[in-house]
Design a binder for this molecule. Structure first.
Ligand code: PLP
Length: 268
């Protein structure tokens, strides 16, 4: 069967972010998404109204059911919601329940793009640190990157995460400025391996971070090396944003939803 990415992510009923974004983005990378659901959020494309996390026992049972059944070739985590759920994922790595060397894309979700909380930021940041040694690549926004590293300068932050065991760090400056081109840095083993300048599109997007991270996971599961996986995901996400759906056409500030079905899937 197609290589499987096991995702740990939350349900977003609007379908813009979370596990639906993961399923669609991984499918578009030609891999198969399996999902252990971490939380059910209550949100629209514009705002988070609340969430309820699943218990770590229930999360574990979901993950084991998949790990015992399917050829899991990569792991992707997004919203984990609670410290217990983060601890559980760390335990699956530590105990070898997730096979050693399985590529792991860590999207350290703390807050939605709309600004809504997806967990207690301070306790999650501390717990996330134990996942760093297992991560092949981490895809934080600049707020998450600074919170995890406890530093201000982005390059120092990336270096700190690398020192903590993360192989690669992918960071975009989109949230640091409101206008102007966006810079993206890919650090591998503590060095800048690739820099790109991305033209800023009008509007904010709901679920762009989840989509990028999970498409990278899909391509890693398919056997791409890190650089190729990121380059292909960059190219793909740009198209989904360019053709994003506009839920509120009369409100220029309303968030758009990436159209993950616009592009033709890659050929094997
Ligand atoms: N995971 C869930 C369940 C979410 O609801 C969100 C945002 O709303 C995210 C992750 C992060 O989304 P983004 O890709 O916009 O950073």
């Amino acid at each position: 069967m197609r290589p499987v990415v096991l995702c740990f992510s939350g349900l977003d009923p609007s379908g813009g972010a979370g596990l639906q974004a993961d399923i669609e983005s991984i499918g578009q990378a030609y891999a198969h998404a399996a999902v252990a659901c971490t939380a059910i959020t209550v949100q629209s494309s514009q705002a988070v109204f609340g969430f309820e996390a699943v218990s770590c026992e229930l999360l574990k049972a979901q993950a084991i059911a998949v790990l015992d059944d399917l050829p899991v070739k990569a792991i992707k985590s997004g919203m984990l919601g609670t410290v217990d759920n983060i601890n559980l994922l760390a335990e699956l790595f530590r105990t070898g329940r997730i096979a050693p060397d399985t590529p792991f894309v860590l999207d350290p979700v703390l807050v939605a793009n709309s600004g809504g909380s997806l967990g207690d930021k301070d306790t999650l940041v501390t717990a996330f640190k134990q996942l760093l040694p297992y991560a092949t690549i981490i895809t934080p926004n600049t707020h998450e990157l600074r919170a995890l590293a406890g530093l201000d300068d982005l390059h120092d932050c990336a270096k700190a995460l690398n020192d903590a065991g993360v192989k690669a760090v992918l960071v975009k400056t989109s949230h640091d400025f409101d206008e102007g081109d966006i810079q993206q840095f890919l650090y591998i083993d503590g060095q800048i391996a690739h820099t790109s300048i991305i033209t800023r599109l009008d509007g904010e997007f709901h679920g762009s971070g989840c989509s990028l991270a999970s498409h990278i996971a899909g391509r890693l599961a398919m056997g791409d090396d890190l650089m190729s996986a990121v380059m292909r995901a960059d190219d793909w996400i740009a198209k989904t944003l360019h053709h994003a759906d506009t839920p509120h056409p009369n409100n220029p500030k309303a968030q758009l939803i990436p159209n993950r079905f616009y592009t033709t899937p890659y050929q094997r």
